[in-house]
Design a protein around this ligand. Sequence first.
Ligand code: ADP
Ligand code: MG
Length: 292
Amino acid sequence: ATPISVMVAVGRAAQAGILIRNGDALQMAGKLTCLVVDKTGTVTEGKPTVAVIEPMADLDANAVLQLAASIEAASEHPLAASILAAAKQKQLPLKTVSDFAAITGLGVSAICEGQRLLFGNKALMDKEGVKFTRYNNKLEKLSALGQTPMLLAVDDKIVGMIAVADALKKDSQAAVTQLKSLGIRIIMVTGDNQITAHAIAKQAGIAEVNAQVLPQDKAALIKALQERGEIVGMVGDGINDAPALAQADVGLAIGTGTDVAIESADVVILQGSLLKVPETIALSKATVANIR
Ligand code: ADP
Ligand code: MG
C-alpha cells in the first residue's frame, strides 16, 4: 500500500507542475547520486535558430539555405525545423527531393535534380567520404560559441555550412548549482559534437560531458554508471531519450518533449525548467523522512 505521505507529496508535486507517475520513483529521487542530462531541449531551450550561413563554393547563401531546407522538409528533427523556419522567413521555395533518408545522430540525405545532397555534421561527411578538413577552423570557431554547425554537400563536394544556435534555458545554471550543492554528480550527454557540447556545458556550469553519443548509446552510458554503483537519474526530452529514461533509476521527462519520452518517464516536468529537478529531489527527501 502507498503510504499517505507519498500520496500527499504526489499531490503537492502536481501543483508545482511535477507529475509523478509512480510512488517508488518519488522515494528513489532523493537517493540519486548522479544525474545525466540531455543537452538539447533540457539544458538549452531546444529551439535552435539559424545563426550563420556560409557559402563555400559557387552557390550563394540563399541557395545553400534553400537546398538544406528542401532536404530537411521531410525530417522531424528540431534542427530541421530551424532550417525550414529560416528558409520560410526568406521566402525561399522548396525544391522537390526524392530518396530522403534520416541518418540518426548524423544528418539527412536526399536526391534533388539528379544530384545527391547530404546535410549534417562532420561525422556524416566522414562516413560518406566527403572531404571537409579545409573548413575545420570555421567549424571549430562556431562550435566554441556553443553553436551547432552543419555542412551541405552536393555530389560529395562541400558547398556550404549552416550553424544554428540554441540558447541556454534561463534556469539551467541555477539548477546545476542547486544540484551540485546536493552533492549530485552531473553529466551532460548529447549527440552534438565535442566542442559545442563543452561550450554549452561550461555555460551551464557542468563539468562532465559525453558528446557524439548516438541515441541508442545513451541507455548504455546510464547502465555503465549504474554498474559502478551510481543511482542515476536521467533528464531528457526527445524521442531518442526514451530508452535512457527507461534505463535510469528515475527517468524525468521535460514536458515539452514527445509523447514517447513521456511514456517511459517516471516523472514529467511540465514547465520545462531544470529547477524542477532539485525540487523533486527535495520533495522526495522530505517525504521519505516523513515515512520514517
Ligand atoms: P541530440 O543529442 O542533441 O538530440 P541527435 O542525436 O539528435 O542529438 O543529433 C546529433 C547531431 O547529428 C546533431 O547535432 C547534428 O549535427 C546531426 N543531425 C541529426 N539530425 C540532423 C538533421 N535532421 N539535420 C542536420 N543534422 C542533423
Ligand atoms: Mg535528440
